[in-house]
Design a protein around this ligand. Structure first.
Ligand SMILES: C[S@@+](CC[C@H](N)C(=O)[O-])C[C@H]1O[C@@H](n2cnc3c(N)ncnc32)[C@H](O)[C@@H]1O
Length: 221
C-alpha cells in the first residue's frame, strides 16, 4: 500500500466517524519523522509561491502574512525570507513541532490552530494569506466553512493566494485530495473578497495535475 493509499484509508476512517480533521495529526504521528511517508511533505517551498515571490522588487516590509495548514513550514520560511512577518499554523501539533525543529532560527511564529476556529485576534489582521492544498483535503462542508473563515482574516487592502487542485463542476469528485470547482472558489467572493486572478495551471507532475492559482483581494473601505 502506498503512503497515498494509506492516507486515504486513515482519512476515510476518520471522516466516517464524523472527525474530518483528526486524521492529519494521526497521519503525521504515524510517519514518526520519516516525511517521505507524508505525500504532500516535499520539504521545498511551493514552486508557484516561489515564482510569485520573485515578482517582488524589494522585500515587503512589515506586511503581515498568515500561512494556512503550513505543514512542515517550507512555504512559511520562503515568505519570511521574502520579508513578510509570518504566522504559520496547522491543526497538527506534530507538524508544528517538526517545523520549529527544522527551522530553529526562524522568525516565523508557528502556531497550532484550526482554520475552522481561528483565534479571534486574527480577524481582518493579515495583508497576505497563503493557502496551498488544505481546502482540497477537507470534505465540502468544512471546506466551504474554511473559505469563509479564511476570508474573514484578510485585512482591508489584503489578499489571499490560493493553490488547489481544479475540476469542472460536472467532473467526478474523485479521491482525496478532492479538486475544487470554480463555483467553490467563488465562495471567497461571496465572503466579500474580489477575484483578481483565477487561472488553471498545469504542473510538472507526470501526468500533469490541473490546479487553480487564484488571488482574492479585500478592497479598502
Ligand atoms: C495537504 S496538506 C498541505 C500542507 C502544505 N500547505 C503544503 O502545501 O504542503 C494539508 C495541511 O493542512 C493541515 N490542516 C488540515 N485541516 C486543518 C485545519 N482545519 N486547520 C489547520 N490546518 C489544517 C494538515 O495538518 C496539513 O498539514
Amino acid at each position: 500500500m502506498t503512503s497515498r493509499d494509506e492516507m486515504r484509508r486513515i482519512a476515510a476512517e476518520s471522516i466516517a466517524q464524523g472527525d474530518v480533521t483528526g486524521w492529519f495529526e494521526r497521519f503525521y504521528q504515524r510517519a514518526a519523522g520519516d516525511w517521505d511517508q507524508v505525500p504532500w511533505a516535499d520539504r521545498r517551498p511551493n514552486p508557484y509561491l516561489v515564482a510569485w515571490l520573485r515578482t517582488f522588487g524589494a522585500a515587503p516590509i512589515r506586511k503581515r502574512c498568515l500561512v494556512v495548514g503550513c505543514g512542515l513550514g517550507d512555504d512559511a520560511e520562503a515568505l519570511a525570507s521574502a520579508g513578510f512577518d509570518v504566522i504559520a499554523f496547522d491543526i497538527s501539533a506534530t507538524a508544528i513541532d517538526a517545523a520549529r525543529r527544522r527551522f530553529p532560527r526562524s522568525g516565523v511564529d508557528y502556531v497550532v490552530a484550526d482554520v475552522l476556529q481561528p483565534p479571534p485576534a486574527w480577524a481582518a489582521a493579515f495583508d497576505l494569506i497563503f493557502e496551498a492544498f488544505t481546502l482540497q483535503a477537507l470534505p465540502p462542508a468544512p471546506r466551504h466553512a474554511a473559505i469563509g473563515s479564511i476570508a474573514g482574516l484578510v485585512a482591508p487592502g489584503g489578499r489571499v493566494f490560493v493553490l488547489c487542485r481544479a475540476r469542472d463542476a460536472d467532473d467526478p469528485i474523485g479521491e482525496l485530495p478532492w479538486p475544487l470547482t470554480r463555483e467553490e472558489l467563488a465562495l471567497f467572493e461571496a465572503a466579500g473578497l474580489r477575484a483578481t486572478t483565477v487561472e488553471i495551471v498545469l504542473d510538472d507532475e507526470t501526468p500533469p495535475v490541473r490546479r487553480f492559482r487564484a488571488f482574492f483581494d479585500r478592497m479598502e473601505p
